[in-house]
Write a protein that binds this ligand. Structure first.
Ligand code: 5CA
Length: 465
C-alpha cells in the first residue's frame, strides 16, 4: 500500500472528548470515527486491525474444534419471552417494532437463537458434543458508553455456544474454551488473566472473565502476583484430551485471581502479603457454564443412550473483539503513539522515503516494497512529498513495529535503516538484508505461532482487507 493512495485521516490535535489513551490514539491515527454515542465507523486502518483480530479468533476457535456460523443481528422477541429473558434483560436491550407491530430486538447475545437452531435439528446424544460460534455485531444500550470502542453500544463480539449431554462433557467444553482463549490473547501480544467472576444476565455460577491489567480498566481486580508469571507459550495441546485441558485450567486458575464481584477478603489475605495485588483490568472475554438454564425452558432435549429425553448442558463464551483494539493499545503504546504487537499490526513494515522524487531513493523504496510483498508481507510505503519529520511522526503514531528508512545519503553507502518501533533502535544494513530481517521476524506469526508454522486452510479472513 502507498500512503498517497490510502485513506489515513490522521488528526494533529488531540481530540478533547477522549479520556483514555487508546481512544485518543485510535481517533488521532484515523482508525475510527464516532457516528453516534457508542457507535463507530471503522476506517481502513482500524478495520484492518479488527480483521486481524477476528482472523486470530477464527483460527484458534477452529483449532479447538469449534464450528463457525453466522446468526442475524435482528431477532424476534418471541424466543426471549420463551426463555424469560425478554423482561429480565432490562434497558440494555434495544427493542424495535417492525411495520406489523411485531416486537424485534437487536441481538445483545444469542443463547436463545442458537438454542432454537439446536432444538430444531438435533435430537440424539449421538450428535454431541457440539460447539458453534459466530463473530457478529452486538448492541447493548449501555447507560454510559465511553472510552471509544472499549465500552461501545454497538460492538463486535465472538460468541460461542456448546451443547453437551452431561455436565462433565460441558465442563470439558468450558476448559477447551479457556485454553483456546489463552492462546488467542497471547497471539495478540496480550496477557489476559482468567479470574473468577459473576454470571450477570447470562447466568450460571461457573464463570471466568479474562482481564488485561491496565490502569484505565473498568474492573477492580484482586490477584496473587504469581499468576502474572504464567504463559501458555508454544505448547502443543490435544483439545480432545480431558486431562490436558483440565490441567491447563488448574494451572491458570488455582492461584487467587478474582474480580470485585466475587472477591473474598479472607481468602485473599491468606496469600503472602508481598504477592497480594489490587489493580484494575479490562475484561476482554468471559466464559460461562450454565447447565440447563436455556435448554429447559426452550425444551432443547436429546435422547440419551438410555433412551430417555434429557435437556442438554450448555455454556457460552465471548470475546470482545472490538474492545480488544482498545485493550491492546492501552497495554502497548508510548507518548508518540501506538506500538502494535507483531501478530496484529495493520501493516508489517513501514517504508519511509526521506527524499521523494530522488531517483535512487524512489527506486530503492519500490524495490523494498516489492521484495516485502513477494515474501507475503504487507508494507506501507510513505511516498508522500512531505518532510521527514512529519513522515516519522505518522509512522510512530500508527505504530507499525518495523520501519525501513531510505535516503539518498545512505544509499550512496549501500545502506538503509531498520528501526524498531518498540525500542527506537536503528541499524544500518543493505536493503536486501533489511527485507530478510523483517521476513524472519514475521515468520513465527504465519499460521498461528511458532508451534504451527503451516498456514491454516482458511486464510480468506484477512487476505481481502
Ligand atoms: N453470551 C455471553 C458469552 S458469548 C456474553 O455475552 N458474554 S459477555 O457479556 O461477557 O460479553 C463478552 C465480551 O464482550 C466481554 O467480555 C467484553 O469483552 C465484550 N463486551 C461486552 N460489552 C461490551 C461493550 N459494551 N463494548 C465493547 N465490548 C463489550
Amino acid at each position: 500500500m502507498r500512503l498517497s493512495r490510502y485513506f489515513l485521516p490522521v488528526l494533529k490535535e488531540t481530540p478533547s472528548e477522549a479520556q483514555i489513551v487508546s481512544h485518543r490514539m485510535m481517533l488521532r491515527a484515523g482508525m475510527i470515527k464516532q457516528s453516534a454515542a457508542g457507535i463507530y465507523s471503522w476506517l481502513p486502518l482500524g478495520f484492518k486491525v479488527l480483521r486481524k483480530l477476528e482472523n486470530i479468533v477464527h483460527e484458534e476457535q477452529m483449532r479447538a474444534g469449534h464450528i463457525p456460523m453466522l446468526m442475524p443481528t435482528m431477532q424476534s422477541a418471541d424466543l426471549w419471552r420463551e426463555s424469560g429473558r425478554y423482561d429480565a434483560y432490562g434497558e440494555e436491550m434495544l427493542r424495535i417494532k417492525d411495520r406489523h407491530d411485531r416486537d424485534m430486538l437487536f441481538t445483545p447475545t444469542a443463547e436463545e437463537l442458537i438454542t432454537d437452531i439446536f432444538r430444531a435439528n438435533v435430537s440424539s446424544y449421538k450428535d454431541l458434543p457440539l460447539t458453534m460460534y459466530q463473530i457478529q455485531w452486538k448492541f447493548r444500550d449501555e447507560i454510559r458508553p465511553r472510552f471509544g470502542v472499549m465500552r461501545g453500544r454497538e460492538f463486535y463480539m465472538k460468541d460461542g455456544y456448546n451443547f453437551d449431554l452431561t455436565k462433565e462433557d460441558a465442563l470439558h467444553a468450558y476448559n477447551r474454551h479457556l485454553v483456546s482463549y489463552l492462546r488467542t490473547y497471547e497471539r495478540m501480544g496480550l496477557q489476559a488473566i482468567p479470574m473468577r467472576a459473576d454470571g450477570g444476565p447470562i447466568g450460571g455460577d461457573y464463570t471466568h472473565e479474562f482481564l488485561v491489567l491496565a490502569e484505565t480498566g473498568e474492573s477492580e481486580v484482586f490477584y496473587d502476583s504469581a499468576v502474572t508469571d504464567l504463559t501458555f507459550g508454544d505448547r502443543e495441546i490435544d483439545y480432545d484430551s480431558v486431562e490436558q485441558c483440565q490441567s491447563v485450567l488448574e494451572e491458570f486458575t488455582s492461584r487467587y485471581a478474582r474480580t470485585d464481584e466475587t472477591h473474598d477478603e479472607e481468602l485473599f489475605n491468606q496469600i503472602p502479603e508481598e504477592r497480594r495485588r489490587v489493580a484494575r483490568g479490562i475484561e476482554v472475554g468471559q466464559i460461562f457454564y450454565f447447565g440447563t438454564k436455556y435448554s429447559e425452558p426452550l425444551n432443547a432435549v436429546v435422547q440419551g443412550p438410555d433412551g430417555k429425553q434429557t435437556p442438554v448442558h450448555m455454556g457460552s463464551h465471548g470475546i470482545g473483539v472490538s474492545r480488544l483494539l482498545g485493550a491492546i493499545i492501552e497495554a502497548s503504546h508510548d507518548e508518540n503513539g501506538i506500538i502494535w504487537p507483531e501478530g496484529v499490526t495493520p501493516f508489517h513494515c513501514g517504508i519511509v522515503n526521506l527524499k521523494q522524487g530522488d531517483e535512487a531513493a524512489d527506486a530503492a523504496c519500490e524495490q523494498i516494497e516489492a521484495a516485502l510483498t513477494a515474501v507475503g508481507l504487507e508494507p506501507l510505503y510513505d511516498d508522500r512529498k512531505e518532510r521527514a519529520g512529519g513522515k516519522f511522526a505518522t509512522m510512530d503514531l500508527i505504530g507499525l513495529p518495523w520501519r525501513i528508512t531510505v535516503g539518498p545519503r545512505g544509499l550512496k553507502n549501500g545502506v538503509v535503516e531498520l528501526t524498531s518501533r518498540k525500542t527506537g533502535e536503528s541499524v544500518e544494513m543493505a536493503p536486501e538484508e533489511a527485507v530478510k530481517k523483517v521476513a524472519e521476524i514475521y515468520a513465527p506469526h504465519r499460521g498461528g505461532g511458532a508451534a504451527h508454522p503451516e498456514p491454516m486452510a482458511n486464510r480468506s479472513f484477512h487476505t481481502w482487507v
